[in-house]
Design a protein. Structure first.
Ligand SMILES: NC(=O)C1=CN([C@@H]2O[C@H](COP(=O)(O)OP(=O)(O)OC[C@H]3O[C@@H](n4cnc5c(N)ncnc54)[C@H](OP(=O)(O)O)[C@@H]3O)[C@@H](O)[C@H]2O)[C@@H](O)CC1
Ligand SMILES: [K+]
Length: 246
């Protein structure tokens, strides 16, 4: 069944597989740029902007909890947390493994700490009062049913009343087929990056948004996404809905 997404300006997007998304990321990181630091910063900045949009006038009184894995997804969540902490919003964070962060993700953590981010343990009652949870535990590199600390954070998030915003894909959901081998985050919103993936199903993503990573159009074509033109126009964040099935 051919699934398509449409923007609020009528631009239709056919979702891509994780393999094509990885190739887009690889070509950008290894050849054209943006490099991984820049891509993660763009991802996190878009996530911070979407969070502020969702909180609207409540943002100055809001509390944020960032749940971060050790990979690229985690880095984007920590980056968003820093942008929010920079504005004086109390931001707490919980990591799946503080000792196994990738270099770029560790750099984003350093920035969040410099901006006043507070580390909390899973289940921390104060952190549990957050108004928004940024779900950056696992992105498109999910390998089987979430286990260990990742599973613990997913289940903690699902038990909390806060609205959940998932980065790229709700943690625990397979970005190719939309399945969930085990626990997964019940997202209220998902900010997917660069281009929608085939595993994004509305019942799991909640309100879906697309964020611009600043990747040159030629890269999409080289990775197999023919006739790419930017869907963003004058914006960096655009809402996506699934086109009705004909
Ligand atoms: N790469 C790029 O160019 C760009 C990437 N970007 C972003 O990064 C994402 C891809 O990043 P990625 O490939 O680093 O992996 P990612 O999705 O963060 O997952 C790894 C983490 O998940 C964990 N984990 C996995 N399965 C698990 C399980 N079953 N049970 C438990 N844990 C499990 C795994 O733990 P580990 O296996 O290491 O113990 C590790 O912590 C992508 O979705 C996008 O958001 C963008 O910013 C643009 C540029
Ligand atoms: K995620």
């Amino acid at each position: 069944m051919l699934r398509r997404f449409i923007t609020d300006t009528g631009y239709e997007l056919e979702p891509i597989s994780v393999a094509v998304m990885r190739e887009i990321d690889r070509l950008a990181v290894e050849e054209t740029g943006p490099n991984l630091f820049q891509m993660m910063e763009n991802a996190g900045r878009n996530l911070a902007e979407l969070t502020l949009k969702i909180l609207s006038g409540e943002w100055p009184q809001s509390r944020i909890l960032v749940l971060a894995g050790t990979g690229g997804n985690g880095g984007g969540g920590l980056c968003a947390g820093r942008h929010l902490a920079n504005r004086g919003i109390p931001v707490s964070y919980c990591l799946t493994d503080a000792h196994a962060l990738s270099g770029v993700t560790a750099w984003q953590l350093k920035l969040l700490v410099a901006a006043g981010g507070q580390e909390v343990a899973p289940g921390d009652p104060e952190a549990g009062k957050a108004d928004i949870i940024l779900d950056a535990v696992i992105g498109y590199s999910l390998k089987g049913a979430p286990s260990g600390r990742a599973k613990e954070l997913i289940e903690w998030a699902n038990a909390l009343p806060a609205r959940k915003i998932s980065l790229d894909i709700p943690s625990g959901v397979d970005a190719d087929n939309g399945g969930s081998p085990g626990a997964y985050v019940r997202a209220d919103y998902t900010l997917t990056l660069a281009w929608p993936k085939t595993g994004l199903t509305p019942e799991k993503t909640g309100n879906l948004w697309l964020g611009d990573l600043g990747i040159p159009p030629s890269v999409y074509g080289r990775a197999g996404l023919a006739n790419y033109t930017s869907p963003f126009n004058h914006r960096y964040l655009i809402p996506l809905t699934e086109t009705p099935q004909v």
